[in-house]
Design a protein. Structure first.
Length: 232
């Protein structure tokens, strides 16, 4: 039985725990999330568990097949294409807006960090640092733009991206290219060139989507060509 972290509401704890397991693949697509079993496993009562499941349903990460059956939602090619349509609109706009921020020094520093990260992707530790760097980059974008509505929309997209990105982790060449693409975006923002920042973001997302869709050929049970996820 998992012990609820001190000071954290049971519903929040259950949500975070299930979210991490879904994003990491520990709970694969199609896994049935039985209330009694999951509540006992996480060490919470059924009320906070239901709260967590409602939030995950709103996120589009689980779906309720019947009043008694809730399962981890599948990922399919159509889902990913739809996600990237939204991602492209949001991230290109964000990059352009960030290039107009008064203080862009962090992006110049991040560009250098991405250049270094591209040389250190040969092991799990290096890849973990790279994904942490992407998180820092996302935080810097949010702070530079200062738009709560845009940040909220991006948070939903990023929730799904953590899950989708796992498909590319075994492609060292693509990860190195991605690091280079992030460097170009950060450099453009740091120099105040909004058009270049938006264009570099467009190129990065085009390449990322192509790589992920290619990964779906012979994919594992985490992906599916049927069973659309619930709308996020």
């Amino acid at each position: 039985m998992t012990i609820v972290a001190e000071g954290m509401r049971a519903g929040e704890f259950a949500y975070r725990a299930l979210l991490e397991e879904i994003q990491s693949g520990s709970l694969a697509a199609g896994t049935v999330l039985a209330e009694v079993e999951q509540a006992e496993r996480l060490g919470v009562s059924r009320t906070p568990l239901r709260e967590a499941l409602r939030r995950l349903t709103a996120d589009g990460l689980v779906e309720q097949l019947s009043p008694r059956i809730t399962v981890v939602a599948a990922i399919d090619a159509d889902d990913i294409r739809d996600l990237f349509v939204l991602r492209r609109a949001l991230e290109e706009s964000t990059a352009r807006a960030a290039a107009s921020a008064a203080d862009r020094t962090e992006f110049t520093a991040l560009a250098e960090r991405f250049a270094q990260a591209a040389e250190a992707l040969g092991d799990d530790e290096g890849r973990a640092r790279y994904y942490a760097l992407i998180g820092r980059f996302d935080d810097a974008l949010d702070a530079a733009v200062g738009n709560d509505y845009l940040t909220a929309a991006l948070r939903t997209v990023r929730t799904h991206l953590v899950r989708v990105r796992r498909m590319a982790r075994d492609k060292p060449a693509r990860l190195a290219a991605s690091a280079g693409e992030h460097r170009l975006i950060a450099e453009a923002i740091g120099s105040g060139d909004g058009d270049l920042a938006a264009h570099a973001t467009h190129v990065h997302l085009h390449n990322a989507l192509a790589s992920i869709l290619d990964s779906l050929v012979g994919a594992d049970p985490e992906t599916s060509t049927t069973g659309k996820k619930a709308s996020a």
